[in-house]
Design a protein around this ligand. Structure first.
Ligand code: SF4
Length: 488
């Protein structure tokens, strides 16, 4: 499990933890979690301490998690897994979760007002935990026996709106992995004679020598009980809504998500972008991808236009990704990158980046390349179309006010105008800006548009609560409310 989460830190570096099951231990489930990156939490610099942690939490099955906060705060208590202890073994469980519950405020209100609950953490993982526990109680009322996990999650899916991939273990040693009925977030698994593993991304499985993996389908649950692993359907999947941002930015470039390679998707985005390059390019230009996630995009664009792709911007490996680190992103850029002046000086730089969300980071990079790198011009080429609406499904950009593009372009559902691009380029300090066209997203990923969530690009939310929250986000924006839309 240490190795699995070590390779999933692109999905979160705020905190991590695990829960294991061991029937020889009085604490049948035991949970360890801390703030920090995986190697820090497991004290890899001090092998003696690492071994003590591994011994204390040893077991033959468990769940583990790395956190990126889209709800709640950056505190140790909110690190996952969340364990709920109980004397009845099937009611004692621990869970971890990837995604975001769009109707969080409604579910929370129900528990507080109608059921007299007290919330300790005020985040959606706590809401899921209470709802699972209530469902187990309701389903076992007459029988006094552990309910079928299929029934538990079938009931829950009637209440929950949003993106939720859940890993869960109970004190009978049953392990479950659940993918929400729309399949927003990726989830894959692999089984051999010795072990069954599941993870958000295939890269984690391949690092554990599991090269033959399958993808849990939206609305499916994987159940590992004793030595048997089975996959069952717990909810109908009427449509799919895989998050396009996973391929464009979020996922590890080595991963395959729902049969589609992240690397190839990013390469295709570069090829498509090259087709709409408006400038007459010559030897004065150099292509520089922002490392690391924009490299395949930048390299394939450069290949198509016949220019070299150079490492004019070098990433300092010892500073985390700015986007997932939360506040004050702009100040991190100078720590994060070194600009190679002998590549940029006097050049017209085509700066290839995966996305512009708030615009703080790219503005700082443009300025950095012009000032420190002494580039003559910087032209932004962005592999993702403009982010015009918030996300309520697991990427932390839930308000309109924090996004740069809606300040200049309001026609969601259409490709951005040239005038808006000029205005954003000006704000960014860039000489020109070209965004990816929307039609190139499904084409580059290799999935039909109807199987993707592209709500942050076109305002077309695939769930009822996504639509409701979008209306609320617009009102909040008008009224100057800055809190996360689903939390206020
Ligand atoms: S709104 Fe955007 S970021 Fe959020 S799930 Fe949909 S595609 Fe992904």
């Amino acid at each position: 499990m240490y190795k699995l989460i070590l390779n999933l830190q692109n999905r979160g570096q705020l905190s991590c933890g695990l829960s294991t099951y061991n029937k020889e231990r009085s604490l049948l489930i035991s949970t360890y979690k801390e703030l920090g990156a995986v190697n820090d939490v497991f004290k890899i610099q001090c092998p003696g301490k690492t071994n003590k942690i591994f011994e204390k939490y040893s077991g033959d099955r468990g769940i583990a998690h790395t956190r990126y906060a889209t709800s709640g705060f950056a505190r140790k208590e909110e690190a996952q897994p969340f364990e709920r202890m109980h004397g009845r073994k099937y009611k004692w469980f621990s869970l971890c979760f990837n995604g975001n519950i769009a109707n969080y405020s409604e579910l929370r209100k129900h528990l507080l007002d109608k059921r007299d609950y007290h919330m300790v953490h005020n985040n959606d993982t706590e809401i899921i935990m209470h709802n699972i526990s209530r469902t187990i109680n309701t389903l076992s009322e007459d029988t006094n026996k552990a309910p079928d996990p299929v029934d538990i999650f079938s009931k829950l899916s009637e209440k929950m709106d949003g993106a939720y991939n859940i890993g869960m273990i109970d004190a009978k040693g049953k392990v479950m992995a659940v993918r929400d009925p729309l399949g927003f977030k990726p989830l894959c698994y692999s089984t051999d004679n010795e072990k069954s593993l599941f993870a958000s991304e295939s890269v984690a499985l391949t690092h554990c020598n599991m090269n033959h993996f399958k993808f849990l389908q939206p609305g499916e649950i994987l159940i590992n009980d004793k030595d048997e692993t089975k996959v069952e359907r717990y909810a109908k999947c009427e449509k799919k809504a895989h998050c396009m941002f996973e391929w464009v930015y979020f996922a590890n470039v080595s991963s395959i998500l729902d049969e589609k390679s992240v690397y190839l998707a990013r390469t295709n985005l570069g090829k498509e972008m090259a087709k709409s390059e408006p400038l007459e390019l010559n030897d004065d230009f150099v292509v520089i991808p922002v490392p690391d996630s924009s490299k395949p995009f930048g390299d394939s664009y450069a290949f198509e236009v016949g220019l070299p792709s150079k490492e004019g911007l070098v990433r300092n490996r010892y500073v985390g990704r700015t986007f997932i680190e939360g506040c004050d992103r702009s100040n991190k850029v100078e720590d994060k990158f070194t600009v190679l002046k002998h590549i940029t000086k006097g050049k017209k730089v085509l700066l290839m980046d995966d996305s512009i969300v708030r615009g703080n980071t790219s503005k700082k990079i443009v300025n950095f390349i012009k000032e420190k790198g002494q580039a003559k011009e910087v032209h932004l080429r962005i592999s993702c179309p403009p982010i015009l609406s918030p996300c309520f499904y697991g990427i932390d950009m839930s308000t309109i006010g924090e996004l740069i593009a809606p300040k200049y372009f309001k026609e969601t559902g259409e490709d951005i105008s040239e005038k808006a691009c000029e205005d954003i380029a000006k704000e960014q300090g860039a000489d020109s800006l070209v965004y990816q066209k929307m039609e190139n997203i499904p084409k580059s990923i290799g999935l039909p548009k109807c199987d993707l969530c592209m709500a942050c690009l076109n305002g077309d939310y695939p769930t009822e609560w996504g639509c409701k929250l979008y209306e609320k986000a617009k009102k909040n924006f008008k009224n100057g409310i800055k809190e996360r839309t689903y939390e206020c």
